[in-house]
Design a protein around this ligand. Structure first.
Ligand code: SF4
Length: 352
C-alpha cells in the first residue's frame, strides 16, 4: 500500500522523503503543491522532474477523503458532507455559510463513546479516533470546494462527532498542523474546541499555549439531571467541569462558552435557568442555547419558541451573556451523527 503524504508537515515530509535522497527544499515544494495549490497527484507538480514525479507516484499517494454523501439545506446555507477515509471509515463535516464568514464543523472521532442522551453520534458507539491528517482532510476538502467560488474556510469548530479531548494527541497535532503557515495557516483564534467536560485534559489544553476558544457542553444546571443527559458527569461532576472552564478562561484570557441544549420538559424551565445563572455568576463566560434538533431515536423534543424565549430572558435578566444558536440546516438532519448513522444503517441493510 502506498504511503499517504497528505497531512504531513514539512519536517515530516522531509523525513518520509529522505530515503529517496531528495534535497530538503523538495519537501517544501510538495507541501506547497498539496496545501496551497490543492494538488492531489504528483503529475500536477510541474516544477519536479518527470523522473521524480514517477518515483513519487510509485511510492506515495495524496489522498484526502472520498465524499459518500452530500446534503444541501434548502436555503443553500448549510452543506453536510459524509467523507470516507482510506479504510472506508466515514465521518460528517458541515459547512455553514454564516453572515460573518464560512464556518465548518469537523469530526474528531468516527462515532463517539460518550453516550450523551441527545446525540445521534453516539448511537453506534465509537469506531475509532481520527488522525491529525484525516481531520485536516475534512478542512481542506471543504476549503477546496469554497475556493472554486473564490471563498475560503474562515472559522472552525471541533464539534462534530467525537469527543476531541478523548483523542487528545491527534487533536493537538491537528491544531498545530492546521495552524502551520506551510499547511493551512488558520489562526488559533478562529478555532473553537467543544468538549463534554474531560476535566484533566481541559487543564492540559490550557497549558499548551494555543489560544483556541473552549466550549463546554453543560446542558443541565445540576448533577443528577446532567448525569442522565451526559454519563461523563458521573466521572467529572459539574463543579469540577466549571472550575476547569474558569481556569481555562483565566489562563488563556479566552471567554468560555457553555453550550446548553434546550429539551422540552427536561431542562428548559425558568428554575433551570435561574440555577444555571447562579452557577456561572461572575465568570468570563457566556451561554449558547441550542434548541434541540429532535433525535427521533431518543424521543427528545424541541421546546416551544415561548419557552426558549423565556429561558433566554431569565438568563439575560441575571446578567449572563446569552445567545440562541441560529437554526441552520434542520431540513438536512443537522444534528451531528444522523447522516453517518443513515449510512451505517443502509450498509447493514445491504449486508442482510
Ligand atoms: S454530544 Fe459530543 S461528546 Fe456527547 S455523544 Fe455526541 S459527539 Fe460524543
Amino acid at each position: 500500500m502506498k504511503q499517504n503524504l497528505f497531512g504531513k508537515n514539512v519536517a515530516e515530509l522531509q523525513d518520509v522523503l529522505a530515503p529517496l535522497g531528495l534535497p530538503k527544499f523538495r519537501a517544501k515544494q510538495i507541501a506547497q503543491w498539496m496545501y496551497e495549490k490543492g494538488a492531489t497527484s504528483f503529475d500536477e507538480m510541474t516544477n519536479l522532474s518527470k523522473d521524480l514525479r514517477a518515483r513519487l507516484s510509485d511510492a506515495f499517494e495524496i489522498f484526502l477523503a472520498t465524499p459518500k454523501d452530500i446534503l444541501q439545506s434548502k436555503d443553500g446555507k448549510t452543506s453536510k458532507y459524509l467523507l470516507a477515509f482510506a479504510d472506508g471509515t466515514a465521518v460528517e463535516s458541515v459547512l455553514m455559510r454564516q453572515p460573518y464568514g464560512n464556518s465548518i464543523c469537523i469530526s474528531t472521532q468516527a462515532g463517539c463513546a460518550m453516550g450523551c442522551a441527545f446525540c445521534a453520534s453516539t448511537l453506534h458507539g465509537r469506531a475509532r479516533d481520527l488522525t491529525a491528517g484525516e481531520m485536516l482532510a475534512e478542512v481542506v476538502f471543504i476549503d477546496q470546494l469554497l475556493r472554486k467560488e473564490g471563498q475560503k474556510v474562515d472559522t472552525m469548530v471541533l464539534m462534530g462527532s467525537g469527543e476531541p479531548l478523548m483523542n487528545y494527541d491527534n487533536v493537538l497535532a491537528f491544531l498545530h498542523l492546521v495552524h502551520d503557515e506551510a499547511v493551512f495557516g488558520m489562526s488559533y483564534r478562529s478555532i473553537t474546541l467543544s468538549t463534554s467536560g474531560i476535566v484533566p485534559n481541559i487543564y492540559r489544553l490550557a497549558d499548551e499555549g494555543i489560544p483556541v476558544s473552549l466550549s463546554i457542553s453543560l446542558h443541565a444546571p445540576e448533577d443528577a439531571l446532567r448525569s442522565t443527559l451526559m454519563p461523563i458527569n458521573r466521572k467529572y461532576p459539574m463543579a469540577d467541569v466549571i472550575a476547569a472552564g474558569k481556569a481555562y478562561g483565566d489562563k488563556t484570557k479566552r471567554r468560555v462558552t457553555y453550550e446548553y441544549i434546550l429539551i422540552d420538559g427536561v431542562n428548559d424551565s425558568e428554575q433551570h435557568a435561574a440555577e444555571l445563572a447562579k452557577l456561572l455568576h461572575g465568570q468570563l463566560a457566556s451561554v449558547n442555547l441550542i434548541p434541540i434538533n429532535p433525535v427521533v431515536e431518543r424521543h427528545l423534543l424541541r421546546p416551544s419558541q415561548a419557552r426558549i424565549d423565556a429561558f433566554e430572558k431569565a438568563l439575560a435578566d441575571r446578567h449572563i451573556a446569552v445567545t440562541v444558536r441560529r437554526e441552520m440546516g434542520t431540513d438536512i438532519n443537522a444534528a451531528c451523527g444522523q447522516l453517518r448513522n443513515r449510512h451505517l444503517d443502509s450498509n447493514k441493510d445491504e449486508e442482510k
